[in-house]
Design a binder for this molecule. Sequence first.
Ligand code: SAM
Length: 347
Amino acid sequence: MNAAPQPIQIGKDATRAPLIDPFARQISYLRVSVTDRCDFRCVYCMSEDMSFLPKADLLSLEELDRVCSAFISRGVKKLRLTGGEPLVRRGIMTLFESLSRHLRSGALEELTLTTNGSQLAKYAAELKEHGVRRINVSLDTLDPDKFRDITRWGDLSRVLAGIDAAQAAGLQVKINAVALKGVNENEIADLVAWSHGRGMDLTLIEVMPLGDVGETRLDQYLPLSMVRSRLAERFTLDEIDYRTGGPARYVRVAETGGRLGFITPLTHNFCESCNRVRLTCTGTLFMCLGQEDAADLRTPLRASESDDALHAAIEAAIAHKPKGHDFVIDRRHARPALPRHMSVTGG
Ligand code: SAM
């Protein structure tokens, strides 16, 4: 049973209602794609010749702050900036800096990001100063050649230097790796040992059918149920209750002492406890990663300096949050389940 939601104090006198969807789920987690651009072109995420949005379509950093702050005033406690690659957006540290006021006020519990790590050596210390405590770094392989193939031109040594810098700055790092058939499937046990050896949790992700990337998903898709049973031949995987508020299910690896998460959108439906919504860099709010339902927040945002129209649009959107998604990859559905790429919605 959900406890009755309490109104949120937003000033001396005013309160705003928390955001509750039609299935009684309270929205407490906002993921924001701050740019659709990335310095890598991961084969499962983007096509090689991606076209990116014109700058005028993007929300400015001030507008992003306004939308995030509106959500925080409605009970969002966790904010994750993502992309594209969030650290390639010009001036992005000013957004972290301004959002950190909500951490200091106690309205926001966590400000975090998902990054490919390529710019971390430059920004890790500043992120820490702005109140970021934990970050997710995406890394699918420790082999420099394979890394270049997966990202189409990325330099593994830069990412590893970024991870070093993040840990040196005192950021807690979690590694996210997409399990890819025939690409990193024989390396996953080594990724577990490496991550845990450096005190980092590892989460494995199934490839999701988002966006046309010029390869069929059947070639990339590796069910995590299979990965898990192979890992169980080398490691003892003990079920644990640990949850981060996200969709990952965790085990403790007895031999390393580290945590290993599995995100299985295809083999396990994790929608029933979904507390999140996603904002794109153009101000479109997606209520579900796997559905097309979306709401335009940019128009109400730009329509007036008051946030009233924005709040009304957010409320109307949440009233339409669907119950769940239904990704399918099989021979009949070899095309993407959704035309938009992960870099648009924000992974
Ligand atoms: N650039 C940042 C990064 O690399 O983490 C943030 C954005 S990226 C889209 C976020 C995550 O989504 C990455 O871990 C990436 O591997 C994952 N991702 C992208 N496309 C995916 C897909 N089709 N299926 C599963 N994961 C995907």
